[in-house]
Design a protein around this ligand. Structure first.
Ligand SMILES: Nc1ncnc2c1ncn2[C@@H]1O[C@H](COP(=O)(O)OP(=O)(O)OP(=O)(O)O)[C@@H](O)[C@H]1O
Ligand SMILES: [Mg+2]
Length: 153
């Protein structure tokens, strides 16, 4: 059973966000820190559209905490619907649909899998937009987009 969740500013926008992504698969969401972009958008995408969702976080701790938070809000253990993959640690399972991952892990993955076909949706924060990894990420996202590559939110 889903846990009681506090209302967040992003909640009211989730239907419009998902509808927009249904129409065109790229969207930039600008909202203040703590508004709910990381913890509310991926579960809403899963509920309303479905697919496999990759969420990039700049740091290992952030990826773990976000996965735990989303799992808790879904009323599940981390590694069930929501999990994470960071260096030296992973909590995912056969039912995982939302995976929080560091940019470093993504960079490593790109070495062996340029298509990133495992994911339908790719959610990323702009907090590291000035880094070379972010440049690589957006470039690859552009390269991968298509019937077998991820969309972006
Ligand atoms: N690990 C956590 N422990 C406790 N509360 C949390 C945790 N993660 C998120 N929250 C709560 O959920 C709210 C939304 O967090 P979320 O990370 O989705 O915001 P955000 O819009 O992605 O912020 P940012 O721009 O800083 O990334 C926060 O305001 C906070 O109250
Ligand atoms: Mg965030």
């Amino acid at each position: 059973m889903r846990a009681e969740r506090p209302r967040l500013p992003v909640d009211a926008l989730l239907p419009a966000v998902c509808e927009s992504l249904r129409q065109a698969p790229n969207l930039v969401i600008e909202a203040p820190p703590g508004a709910g972009k990381t913890t509310r958008v991926p579960p809403a995408l899963l509920d309303r559209i479905g697919g496999e969702i990759l969420v990039l976080e700049p740091r290992r701790l952030a990826a773990r905490l976000a996965a735990r938070r989303v799992a808790g809000e879904l009323g599940e253990a981390v590694g069930a619907t929501a999990g994470y993959r960071v260096r030296f640690d992973e909590a995912t399972g056969p039912g995982t649909r939302i995976t929080f991952m560091t940019e470093g892990m993504l960079t490593r993955r790109l070495l062996s899998d340029r298509s990133l076909a495992a994911w339908t949706w790719w959610c990323s924060t702009n907090s590291t937009s000035a880094t070379w990894r972010a440049t690589l990420r957006w470039r690859c996202c552009g390269d991968c987009r298509g019937p077998h590559g991820p969309n972006c939110a």
